[in-house]
Design a protein around this ligand. Structure first.
Ligand code: SF4
Ligand code: MG
Length: 333
């Protein structure tokens, strides 16, 4: 399988009056061609910062990528200049955000906004651009595209606007699409339609997708693999099956218990407590203060990554090989 993206040891900080926030603290993950990876976690866990870092959209100052590599198709994006990045954004990698209204310019027609990227990056004729715009509108399921190209964003419903945003993101045929909470602002039935649209698009174009979300329902529908983030770190990664049926990290289990499930009528259990302060993140496991299974070692030393399989990894002392030795030494004392 072709690996299209590899993020290694990514660190991102933000300088504020109160000190330095360590928003992303050594994140590693990869993405294969045609695959959907969901990055899941509560707000403030660093998932949006991670995706913005891939796009090199971290405002500097106050933000900074302080370490790590982001290899996209063999090239390290962290070494790119802003000018070089401008040729990547919207062309090789596209991004869509939560709110379709702010992503569109209210003063320009949909047609103009769709064709902008093509004309700017690919120097196609306006006739060709229009043809591609109509094709894209069809792909994302907008009826009578030819007439609707002349309309303005306010003439479309929220769901239709998000379809247009997706069409704009895809028109230059990027190989990677990053979607940050793409359905959060939409009502439930429209959400489901947009998620179906992602699946359809992936089948039609083989685009790789990074889906950033706090919503495990969204993940259950379209992700192939899932990375769970907590306090600036990925604490568990696996296939959708691994994460939903064999979660190993207490935080992953907590997340799963806090979402409604159709198959179980059990009570929902929110995870008590709040994530740690990222001005001075704990040296050990950041989940210690909220973890029902925390041990003495947990807040002192960060757990190593344990490979449960080729694709399933977890950072938790309950799985860490070193824990057995620690336990043996305390018992023998
Ligand atoms: Fe809980 Fe310890 Fe595992 Fe952290 S390392 S999740 S505190 S058991
Ligand atoms: Mg976010």
């Amino acid at each position: 399988m072709e690996r299209i993206l590899e993020v290694e040891n990514l660190h991102v900080t933000f300088s504020t009056y109160g000190g330095t926030v360590r928003a992303v603290r050594g994140v590693d993950f990869y993405l294969n061609k045609g695959e959907t990876l969901a990055i899941v976690g509560e707000s403030g866990c660093g998932k949006s910062v991670t995706s913005n870092a891939i796009m090199r959209l971290i405002p500097n100052p106050p933000g900074k990528i302080t370490d790590g590599r982001i290899t996209f198709k063999g090239k390290d994006l962290t070494s790119y200049t802003e000018k070089e990045m401008r040729k990547v954004r919207g062309v090789d990698i596209s991004m869509i955000f939560q709110d379709p209204m702010t992503a569109l310019n209210p003063t320009l027609t949909i047609g103009t906004q769709l064709m902008e990227g093509l004309v700017e990056h690919q120097k196609v004729s306006s006739k060709e651009a229009k043809k591609k715009a109509i094709e894209m509108m069809e792909l994302v399921g907008i009826p009578s595209p030819e007439e609707r190209l002349k309309q303005y964003p306010h003439q479309f419903s929220g769901g239709m606007r998000q379809r247009i945003v997706i069409a704009i993101a895809l028109i230059c045929k990027p190989e990677l699409l990053i979607a940050d909470e793409p359905t959060t602002a939409l009502d439930v039935t429209i959400q489901a339609q947009i998620l179906e649209l992602f699946e359809k698009i992936q089948e039609a174009t083989d685009v790789s997708i990074i889906l950033i979300t706090h919503d495990l329902g969204v993940v259950a529908k379209i992700a192939d693999r899932i990375a769970v983030m907590y306090a600036g770190k990925i604490i568990e990664t696996g296939t959708k099956r691994d994460i939903f049926y064999k979660p190993q990290h207490p935080y992953t289990k907590g997340l799963l218990n806090s979402v409604p499930r159709l198959d179980e009528k059990g009570k929902l259990q929110p995870i008590d407590g709040t994530p740690p302060d990222l001005f001075s993140p704990p040296v050990g496991c950041p989940f210690t203060a909220r973890c029902p299974l925390a041990m003495e070692v947990c807040d002192k030393v960060y757990p190593n990554q344990t490979e449960l399989s080729d694709v399933h990894q977890v950072n938790c002392w309950l799985q860490d090989e070193r824990a057995k030795k620690l336990l043996a030494s305390t018992v023998s004392k």
